[in-house]
Ligand binder design. Structure first.
Ligand code: 13P
Ligand code: SF4
Length: 366
């Protein structure tokens, strides 16, 4: 079996006239990335998934890192972690299929406990979510009594249940400042991404204690990569995700969440741009910005890439894999997510390194 699980069923669905009629209008959205011969393999799955969605009153929430055929052809809502959480909270569908990773599906389940939430591959994890447990957070709270816990949504339900308020990269700076004020503390525990923590620290006077977690995709980019890119394409605009190390962000023109990067391209229409993030992001932003040239060094997220059309179809047919969470854990975790969603934030967090990106401590399991 291939490492990223993009395998199609042995019984490849046929590309019939009926499939063509149901999918022809979608092909122009992805024609730049998917040759016609490959489209004939995807299209039968797309038709079957879209039929089944209607039949079962299901929606597919697709993260910005999904491959173009998922993002453009079966996703009902696409966006960053925060946007997907908000969509989950307001959908009236009976079934949510999370085209993303497991922590995103948990977030949807926590916000919609009465709905069926499906993740097409249970192994679609996240190095950040795997880096810390609820027990770790309980120990940290003993070590830093009174400091509010701000947790990145890239975390398990157990960890969210120990959290005062969640954040995403699109609101992290504002949430940290809000938490310090609301809990009357000069220190905030910001978990579990040490790089996002440092990038937030560069934007605030709040003291930040963090955890030694990292995104395995973004931590691999280096400042040297960016300098080489600029040499290779003079004038290229560099956009980076704030899960990258601070020296990478210092070399970038703009840093923001996946939707922050997407909005930047839409609003500024740079001639040449590079997105320092997961590979599918460039394809998805490119499809909406035909006049922008995308320079493409990128890193694949092996977890996101586990989600494929055949797995989404199987998930809807067999109603697997259902996300189940202990109700008591869910109730506590919901409070932390709902506090984040309820905050009337008017702008995306910016990461311009106004101060040194220094945190008070980086904690790790003993
Ligand atoms: P966003 O919230 O920016 O979409 O990030 C999610 C993620 O997993 C990035 O690696
Ligand atoms: Fe997790 Fe990084 Fe993959 Fe996002 S890109 S899901 S943070 S491992």
């Amino acid at each position: 079996m291939p490492a990223f699980g993009n395998e199609f069923d042995n019984d490849q669905l046929p590309f019939t006239d009926a499939v063509r009629a149901k999918t022809d209008h979608l092909y122009p959205k992805v024609a730049k990335f998917i040759p016609e011969i490959e489209w004939r393999v995807h299209a039968p799955y797309i038709a079957a998934i879209n039929d089944l969605k209607r039949e079962k009153n299901a929606v597919i929430l697709a993260h910005n890192y999904m491959t173009p055929e998922i993002y453009n052809c079966v996703g009902d809502f696409a966006g960053d972690s925060l946007q997907l959480a908000k969509e989950a909270a307001r959908t009236d569908a009976d079934i949510i299929v999370q085209a993303g990773v497991h922590f995103m599906a948990e977030t949807s389940k926590i916000l919609c406990p009465e709905k069926t939430v499906l993740i097409p591959d249970l192994k679609a994890g996240c190095s950040l979510a795997a880096s810390i447990t609820g027990d770790d957070v309980r120990l940290l709270k003993q070590k830093y009594p009174g400091a509010p816990v701000v947790t990145y949504v890239n975390s398990t339900a157990d960890v969210k249940a120990e959290t005062d308020i969640c954040c995403t990269s699109s609101n992290a700076v504002e949430i940290v400042e809000h938490a310090a004020k609301e809990w009357n503390s000069d220190t905030v525990l910001f978990l579990p991404d040490q790089y996002l923590a440092r990038n937030v620290a560069a934007m605030t006077d709040v003291k930040i204690v963090t955890w030694a977690g990292a995104c395995e995709v973004h931590e691999r980019f280096t400042a040297e990569d960016i300098r080489e890119l600029r040499e290779g394409t003079p004038g290229v605009i560099v956009l980076a995700h704030p899960e990258c190390p601070p020296d990478v962000l210092a070399e970038a023109d703009f840093a923001g969440s996946t939707s922050g990067m997407s909005n930047y391209v839409r609003d500024n229409q740079p001639k040449n741009v590079v997105l320092i993030t997961e590979c599918s992001m460039s394809d998805n932003v490119a499809s909406e910005n035909p006049n922008v040239n995308f320079v493409r060094p990128c890193n694949l997220c092996p977890h996101m890439k586990r989600i494929s059309l055949p797995k989404i179809l199987r998930s809807l047919q067999a109603m697997e894999h259902k996300v189940e969470i202990d109700p008591a854990v869910m109730a506590k975790a919901r409070q932390a997510i709902e506090r984040m969603i309820a905050l009337p934030l008017t702008r995306q967090s910016m990461y311009t390194h106004e101060r040194a990106p220094e945190v008070a401590a980086v904690e790790a399991r003993a």
